[in-house]
Design a protein. Sequence first.
Lengths: 154, 164
Amino acid sequence: MIRNKAALFVFRTVLGGLFVYAGIVKVLEPLDFAQNIRNYRLVGQEFSFLAAIFLPWLEILAGAFLIAGVWRRGAALTISGLLVFFIVLTLVTMARGIDVDCGCFGSLSRKSGWGVVFEDLAMLLMGLYVLLSPTKKNKREASRELEVKPAEEP
Amino acid sequence: MSGETRKALRQALAIGALGLLAGAAVHVPLLKRFVRGEFRETFLSRSEYPGVRLITLQEGEDLWAGGGAVFFDARPEGPYGEGHVPGALRLAAEEEDAWLSAVVEGVHRERTLVVYCEGGDCQSSLHLAKRLHDQGFKDVRVLAGGWKAWTEAGLPEEKSRDQE
């Protein structure tokens, strides 16, 4: 149990930290990020602009909530959802043969490719671990059931 | 759907809503410019790069025919060798600062520059235009259709010597 708790804490902090960092880098250069999105050639100019305004804040807030442990499962769900979207987006872009900077961490970005897919998969595993870990309330209910059961036995 | 799942979904939606609010609040100036019609063609910031603008093929052709502008080709060496705008100098957008400075050293900063890349969605011409603007050039124009539009219109082409 202690090990699970430690893993949960590490995953929350690392994953949340990465998302907060990725978000801040993009908030600082919104037009560059808009161009990154446009380069995927999936959405138009207007949508790219609006996504560049709002998406980084979704990353920052979900990351911050995850680190703080507030709305933990909601934050993990948001991050996991984003990661699934990023993975699909990267695979589709590779299949279409489009050469594009992934735009993941602002100017530190590398080309969209398998490296990005594996990184996102590793983060997705962390996200799902946090998402599926029982909440305190669940744990209390589970332990109450354990306490009750022996008494029911004849 | 269990109560826990629904709760997680509600929290995720709330985070999304907060994200919208935060994005809108922080980027009020950018959103205002967007509403006024900016950023519909390019994400170039007019306040940051007042001297850079997109031009049509016709404007590009007129500038070339007039002979007053210096043309820069932002494509790689191979495609450049196979054909480029006559008189255009090759200058890749990723060139080192020192090299870029050396290439444009003798060019007067008041002169009109025209840059282009492959065409379609290519971004290297815009990137090069920004770098030239940073070098002090006050009139840098980006040929929107790029090389593709130029060659498809049947305009004059020049090949590098070793390609002839």
